[in-house]
Design a protein around this ligand. Structure first.
Ligand code: ASP
Ligand code: MG
Length: 413
């Protein structure tokens, strides 16, 4: 049993869908998990904004999404086809939803609209696969992937999902379903967090006892740095689950951080391969560790806030005080990318989000002095050495330099 995941970049045009099908002809899979096409999840997010706030540009945004999918579908299977009829049905369902009063809860409203991106992409791919002679079954992830109702960051309900999946696995042919989306007990759709379809693929692989999972990307595999910012990047051709989860945690974009745990727990290897060069081997992630420290990896996070809090009354930044501050970060949904404390200060680095920063400052201003820099970069190096550190710093001003055995983190202006 082989599980594949194709992301938005591999499903962007009629041509790219043909390419996905040619990969499946050459390298057959049993289960295929797809994301929304191209940048459609962003387009749906904008649609939700207009819907929720009753903006007049709602219809225009809807039309753009519809035209995009319909043009691709017509190019692939012509006007008078079951594929076009199925898409029309989905667009009627979206329209109906948009005519209802939105829920007061933004996240719940979001989850009743954004999953259509995956519904549409999987419907188009399904009909094209059938046209190309595949024996293929379309599975509705909102009925299979069972979650709680923590909208936009829903948690999987393992036993129910496993039960739902079981009967589908014994049927013949290729099974095609949607990543990133699920459904909760009350019958509402849910989503698992942006870029969550890798996670869906991993979970399905675990529940179906798959031999491996392949994530098809627009890069040749896991790279040691982002080729847009670094010259002479190298492929990490074989790394451990531990290394992969660290890289994802520090912000390497290639795999969703939640993906690795289920695969590691059940010893399922994961491949990252290029849909542009499908014959190349890509990267392999498994339990082997002997290749891990050969190459330095560089991960850059832009647009960070570096905030330093200092107690006003000179009380120590000790465990009780840290406990309180970390509780606050957690409550406000601020995810820390770096932390460092001294006798009476705590410095933390996190992604800049205006509203969260303001709420945080309001919550601490009576008890702490604070200083912050906005728009700084956080660079993480795994398996660093003096040359790699120098390569990153060049002539830049370093605000924090923190190192442990494996990892160095630099906050720079
Ligand atoms: N389509 C969703 C997103 O863009 C899920 C995914 O791509 O994994 O976030
Ligand atoms: Mg996507």
């Amino acid at each position: 049993m082989k599980v594949y995941k194709f992301g938005g970049a591999s499903l962007q045009t009629a041509g790219s869908i043909r390419n996905v099908v040619s990969i499946l002809q050459k390298y057959p899979a049993d289960v295929v998990v797809v994301s929304a096409m191209g940048k459609m999840t962003n387009a749906f997010e904008e649609l939700v904004e207009s819907y929720f706030h009753h903006r007049p540009d709602l219809q225009g945004k809807f039309d753009r999404i519809k035209d995009y999918h319909m043009d691709i579908a017509r190019e692939l299977f012509g006007d008078n086809s079951q594929g076009i009829l199925d898409l029309e049905k989905l667009f009627s369902a979206i329209s109906e939803r948009l005519q209802k009063v939105p829920f007061v809860n933004y996240d719940k409203t979001y989850d009743q609209v954004v999953p259509y991106g995956e519904m549409l992409s999987s419907t188009i791919l399904y009909h094209y696969l059938k046209q190309e002679g595949f024996h293929c079954q379309w599975l509705d992830a909102t009925e299979i992937v069972h979650t709680d109702d923590n909208f936009r960051e829903a948690h999987l309900e393992v036993i129910k999902t496993q039960e739902n999946l079981k009967p589908t696995l014994h049927t013949d042919g290729l099974k095609l379903t949607q990543g990133f989306i699920g459904g909760c007990k009350e019958g509402y759709m849910t989503t698992l967090g942006r870029e969550g379809s890798d996670y869906t693929a991993a979970v399905i692989a675990v529940f179906s006892g798959a031999e491996d999972v392949t994530i098809w990307k627009d890069v040749p595999g896991l790279l040691n740095a982002d080729p847009r910012h670094f010259e002479k990047t190298q492929i990490l051709s074989h790394i451990s689950y531990h290394e992969a989860v660290e890289l994802a945690f520090y912000g390497a974009k290639v795999i969703h951080p939640k993906t690795i745990k289920p695969l590691q727990n059940y010893h399922i290897p994961m491949y990252v391969r290029s849909f542009l060069e499908p014959d190349k081997p890509g990267s392999l992630i498994d339990s082997a560790t002997e290749w891990d420290d050969n190459i330095t990896s560089y991960i850059v996070k832009h647009n960070q806030v570096l905030l330093t809090l200092k107690t006003m009354d000179f009380s120590f930044m000790a465990e009780d005080h840290l406990h309180h501050l970390y509780g606050l970060f957690n409550k406000l949904g601020i995810k820390l990318n770096l932390m460092q404390n001294s006798a009476i200060t705590l410095s933390v680095c996190f992604d800049k989000e205006e509203e969260k920063l303001e709420s945080l400052l309001r919550a601490v201003e009576k008890t702490h002095h604070f200083k912050y820099n906005e728009g700084v970069d956080l660079v993480t190096l795994r398996h660093y050495n003096p040359e790699s550190i120098q390569r990153v710093i060049l002539n830049r001003k370093v605000l924090i330099d923190q190192r442990n055995r494996m990892t160095a983190q630099l906050v720079m202006e």
